[in-house]
Design a protein around this ligand. Structure first.
Ligand code: ZN
Ligand code: ZN
Ligand code: FE
Length: 757
């Protein structure tokens, strides 16, 4: 290009797709255009951000480069489409009113933790001194307050707050950090907190803050409205308060999440690696499962060696810590038992207020319920256990068309998934659909996703299990129905997340899934692609005495396992476990096993873990889902090599291992050593099975999915072994490996099968 050509005026029309709305993208474009002396406009459309720029040709390459690489931290550009346009002699640069393109949608930002600049403004800006709803273009609530697209204040629950003059000025001032920040607000015009005590209501914020701190200091429980739902809060070092909270939530053993003042305080109680620190401090602010160094109140994790910890993400969290000289408070979801977290002020006052010492609400609605997300770092990578606040509703790009498909997911830990183009929109964590309120939450959220993302499904995918409420729901929609086997869906979810589209060896380990042979599956070695799967191996079947009851009562699986070896002699064994079981119940179970009454067969890995947890006396009765495997993992002594025996044929039998475990358990070998060797056995046996399948098929890509892989020890040793043997290993990261990820797999499989039908 000659100098003359470089200096002439050209015009470009640029369309950007990805997460570019609600993350300060338009102000960023505005400033950038000004910096390069370009004229034109930028507009939010439902399908992204479009801009037109006119200016000197030689400014354009740098502008384009900065547009891509200097964009706001939270934004995620997926695609930039550039077209030549005609210069119109536009003067100045403008942000135009949003256009509704009705059908196409762009992305909605997840909620973003308050940024350091805003925390600073909270100290200095006269109209926002101590203002607990401070936010800017780079931080604040997003998904939780959005009711429609595009992301404009009128489509959020901020709609009925009218901006004061000062805020309006900032909103319109390009030089301001709050230029076009949709939820902009201040002490004079924005939302405010109220506090409901037994006989009075407080409204001044400084008084409320003082009162919260005093109540927590004195060991009380406070219900407090968060970003995506209510929380229950108490002093994490106060044993009485924690155990009262436990009773109140009717949650006997599930660990509570703990919010720490800062990293230093947290590091006193838990090990924090570099990757864990990055997760803890990211703008997503998830709960991170860490290894405990010293316990807080024993009631928090009830003997587990891990702690779900997170750092402050709302201004009020920081402000409470400023008032309160404590390292941490429990901050657990504000719900009772398995119900969805409460989001409505009135519901909180009806349900939580009678049980707590105070209830703190604010007068901006939460539109989309959005629990705290939970992650764990396994083999140096972040893995999501619960995907909600900070992650939803970002889509997964499948790389192939999934348009117009709804996948209704599993029944427990439900998430659904909707396809648009090649994007899969996974819902936030919904929960256990067998709970009436949770099912309502499922239906309501599905309607909202359809509306916000403009998706009208023509095909529905569901689990093969005929009785899952998600399957029943799918059947009555009257759409083309595609039923997907549970473990095939697990593997397909992990394939989709990793962009794999070829036959793989898939290991799907979990508790329960409906098999095609009428038995309950859950330790499946599949050879599959999206279209088909074949079951190449699994753990040997075991009877599950009492059916579903066996997944809640590990001792049943313990007896079932021992019965296979010792027959009716089981109760005469000199195992500590036998003394821990209720004799009458045990006799009934043995009779059931003998006569094969209500003893469905299972290959569920979770059930084998239950059996071993029971036989070793580590967890005979469980109080919450997956407690037995969690306790087994928690006890593991590090550095224990070696494994027990197993038999490999079409299936993997662990009967030889169980024999050895019985011997060791009765001769006083430490449970932590047994637990380690048992895990090593599962890993070694799985490796051998993979090698066998690989020899038969020539496949070398191994995909791991299913809730059992939430087990950090097992995942790390198995991944390690596979990699050492030159297998390419694929695991979940952004999508849960548990049933919360199932819907993505259903969606991907349905997309492929649809074309075949
Ligand atoms: Zn901010
Ligand atoms: Zn204001
Ligand atoms: Fe599962």
């Amino acid at each position: 290009m000659s100098a003359g050509e470089q200096n002439h005026i050209i015009a470009l029309r640029i369309h950007i797709q990805g997460l570019v709305q609600g993350v300060g993208f338009r102000p960023f474009v505005y400033r950038l255009a000004r910096q390069y002396n370009l004229q034109g406009w930028v507009v939010n459309r439902t399908d992204g951000v479009t801009l037109k720029v006119e200016g000197l040709a030689h400014n354009m390459p740098m502008f384009m480069e900065d547009l891509r690489y200097q964009a706001p931290v939270v934004s995620q550009i997926e695609e930039i489409i550039v077209e030549q346009d005609f210069p119109e002699g536009i003067s100045g640069f403008q942000i135009l009113a949003s256009q509704d393109m009705t059908d196409e949608t762009s992305e909605i930002s997840p909620d973003i933790a308050v940024c350091p600049e805003c925390l600073d403004d909270m100290k200095h800006q006269p109209h926002r001194t101590g203002y607990p709803f401070i936010n800017c273009t780079n931080c604040g609530p997003r998904f939780s307050i959005i009711s429609d697209f595009p992301y404009d204040r009128k489509n959020t629950t901020m709609a009925h707050f009218s901006m004061c003059q000062v805020c309006t000025k900032e909103f319109l001032d390009i030089a301001d950090r709050r230029f076009h920040a949709q939820p902009v607000a201040c002490n004079d015009c924005g939302p405010s907190y109220s506090m409901y005590l037994k006989n009075s209501v407080l409204t001044g914020f400084s008084g409320i803050l003082e009162r919260i701190s005093n109540l927590i200091r004195l060991g009380n429980i406070v219900a407090i409205k968060g970003t995506g739902g209510f929380h229950l809060m108490c002093d994490a070092l106060n044993e009485m308060a924690v155990s009262r909270l436990r009773q109140m939530k009717k949650r006997e053993g599930k660990p509570f999440a703990v919010m720490f003042r800062d990293l230093d305080s947290l590091k006193h109680y838990a090990e924090v690696t570099e990757v864990e620190e990055a997760a803890l401090t990211s703008w997503r602010r998830p709960i991170v499962i860490l290894k405990t160094i010293r316990p807080l109140s024993p009631g928090i994790a009830l003997g587990l060696n891990t702690l779900g910890a997170f750092l402050p993400y709302m201004p009020i969290h920081y402000l409470i810590f400023e008032k309160l000289d404590l390292p941490a408070f429990v901050l657990t979801s504000g719900n009772l038992a398995e119900e969805p977290v409460i989001i409505g002020n009135q519901e909180a006052l009806d349900t939580l207020a009678p049980l707590t010492d105070a209830t703190v609400t604010y007068n901006r609605d939460i539109y989309n319920r959005n629990d705290d997300s939970v992650v764990r770092i396994i083999a140096g990578r972040e893995r999501l256990y619960r995907r909600s606040r900070g992650y939803v509703p970002a889509p997964v790009r499948c790389g192939f068309e999934v348009d117009g498909i709804l996948a209704t997911g599993a029944e427990l830990s439900n998430c659904f998934c909707l396809g648009k183009g090649d994007r899969a929109y996974l819902s936030q964590h919904i929960g256990d659909l067998r709970n009436f309120e949770t099912f309502e939450f499922f239906e309501e959220t599905l309607d909202r996703f359809k509306k916000i993302f403009r998706i009208n499904p023509h095909t529905v995918a569901s689990d093969l299990h005929p009785d899952y409420l998600s399957s029943r729901y799918a059947r009555q929609l009257g759409l083309q129905l595609i039923e997907v086997q549970h473990h095939h869906a697990h593997i397909a979810a992990c394939m989709a997340e990793n962009g794999l589209d070829e036959p793989v060896i898939g290991l799907a380990f979990d508790g329960t899934g409906y098999g095609t042979d009428g038995h309950i599956w859950g330790s499946e070695f599949l050879v599959c692609d999206y279209l088909n799967f074949s079951r190449q191996g699994h753990f040997s079947y075991m009877p599950m005495p009492g059916g579903d009851k066996a997944s809640e009562e590990p001792w049943r699986m313990g007896l079932s396992c021992l019965y296979q070896i010792f027959g009716s002699e089981v109760l005469n064994l000199k195992l500590p476990f036998i003394k821990l079981v209720d004799r009458t119940k045990a006799e009934m179970v043995l009779t059931a096993l003998e006569r094969e009454i209500n003893c469905p067969l299972t290959s569920g890995a979770g059930r084998l873990f239950d059996a071993v947890a029971a036989i070793t006396g580590i967890c005979v009765n469980s109080l919450f889902h997956a407690e037995a495997p969690m306790r087994l993992e928690a006890l593991i002594h590090s550095g224990i090599e070696g494994h027990y025996d197993f038999e490999i044929s079409e299936t993997l039998s662990f009967i030889p291992a169980i024999r050895q475990i019985c011997k060791e358990a009765s001769s006083g070998v430490e449970p932590g050593v047994v637990a380690a060797r048992f895990h090593n056995t599962i890993a070694e046996a799985s490796l051998q099975m993979v090698k066998k399948i690989s020899t038969e098929t020539g496949l070398t890509k191994v995909v791991l999915s299913g809730g059992t892989f939430q087990n950090k020890y097992l995942s790390e040793i198995l991944e390690n072994k596979l990699v050492k043997d030159n297998f390419a290993v694929f695991t979940h990261a952004a999508v849960p490996c548990n049933d919360g990820g199932i819907a993505l797999g259903q969606l991907a499989i349905a997309a492929r099968r649809k074309g075949e039908i």
